[in-house]
Design a protein around this ligand. Structure first.
Ligand SMILES: Cc1cc2nc3c(=O)[nH]c(=O)nc-3n(C[C@H](O)[C@H](O)[C@H](O)COP(=O)(O)O)c2cc1C
Length: 314
């Protein structure tokens, strides 16, 4: 069973992934948050950082991109293969109206003929292609025609987050519908969505015994040892976990301060990090509240000290 870390824009950037790999481990494959091509025809520096410095340090990184045209698709395949990547991931899941309105992300799912055209004329096969997608934009049956198209291409892997775009993150991942589409498809599909505990994983695995890839996002951010639990690896004691969390935290903080400047920039990165990191501690709400309301680095450091005075959850 492959366990991968889902891409979460603003949370699973290279700083996080590198620290996680160094301090925790247990994730088999990492995905970058989506890269986009700007109107100027260039990629933002912050997006380049996701793929360019990481190359020698992690060969299990799969860069992800958004593309709604043949030209954009070709751009990313060339860019990523020139960097030496062996895999790339096309995002057909992003639900945000700014993206779907441009017929990108899950906004492409109602247009299987457009997906076919992009694959036919855009994908040259230089690197393996995987696709991460939702069930549809407006309706879950949209995926049926999309999978029909995909059957005819050499796609390395398909990962489905079984929600529709307009649902955003409401409701829950539709495992029954996932099972239905899996039964009608000729390849094993990776599963993503709402796996937050070992129990969640075990229930899923009981329902889908052929599963060979589970992608987890928020569940890993809230419990760094979830992949190890799934793999049956022994979990360190609470005391040791706290030390590891401290190491992870220090690693992240020092990496950000090495290239960002000023309280505002640093806090803009650290506050979202604590949104999930605080889940590891008792009194997590109080912990997060302290971090969230800290106005400058001095107050922020006090809130961090408070956090590490708490016990780590069992
Ligand atoms: C804040 C946030 C940012 C996300 N950014 C991306 C992204 O860049 N690319 C992508 O494919 N999915 C993105 N997702 C979706 C996640 O990868 C994943 O599909 C979703 O969170 C469900 O999985 P989970 O329940 O394990 O978190 C994002 C989700 C959240 C909450």
């Amino acid at each position: 069973m492959k366990i991968s870390l889902a891409p979460l824009q603003g949370y699973t950037d290279w700083v996080f992934r590198q620290a996680y790999e160094k301090c925790i481990g247990g994730v088999d494959e990492f995905y970058t948050p989506f890269l986009v091509l700007q109107n100027s025809g260039e990629i933002r520096t912050s997006h380049k950082r996701e793929v360019e410095p990481f190359l020698e340090r992690n060969n299990r990184l799969v860069p992800q991109f958004l593309s709604g045209s043949v030209e954009e698709f070709q751009f990313f395949e060339t860019y990523l293969s020139d960097l030496g990547y062996e895999k790339m991931n096309w995002n057909l899941g992003c639900p945000f109206p700014m993206v779907t309105g441009k017929k990108k992300g899950s906004g492409l799912l109602p247009y299987p003929e457009k997906i076919k055209d992009i694959l036919e004329r855009g994908y040259s096969g230089k690197i393996d292609l995987s696709i991460k997608m939702r069930l549809g934009l407006e309706d879950k049956s949209e995926i049926l025609s999309v999978l029909d198209v995909m059957k005819n291409f050499n796609i390395d892997e398909i990962i489905v987050h079984p929600r529709i775009g307009k649902q955003m993150y409401k409701g829950s991942a539709d495992r029954d519908y996932f099972q239905q589409i899996q039964e009608g498809f000729n390849k094993v599909i990776g599963f993503n969505g709402d796996i937050e505990t070992l129990d969640d994983f075990e229930n899923l695995n009981a329902q889908l015994p052929n599963l060979n890839h589970v992608m987890i996002g928020r569940g890993v951010l809230k419990d760094y040892w979830l992949p190890a639990k799934i793999k049956g690896i022994e979990i360190p004691s609470a005391d040791i976990r706290k030390k590891v969390l401290r190491k992870m935290y220090d690693e992240i903080f020092s990496t950000y301060t090495s290239f960002l400047s000023g309280d505002t920039q640093i806090l803009q990165k650290m506050k979202p990090f604590w949104e999930y990191f605080s889940s590891h501690f008792e009194n997590e709400r109080k912990v997060y509240k302290g971090i969230k309301k800290s106005g400058g680095l001095k107050k922020y450091h006090e809130a961090v000290s408070f956090a590490f005075q708490q016990n780590v959850k069992e």
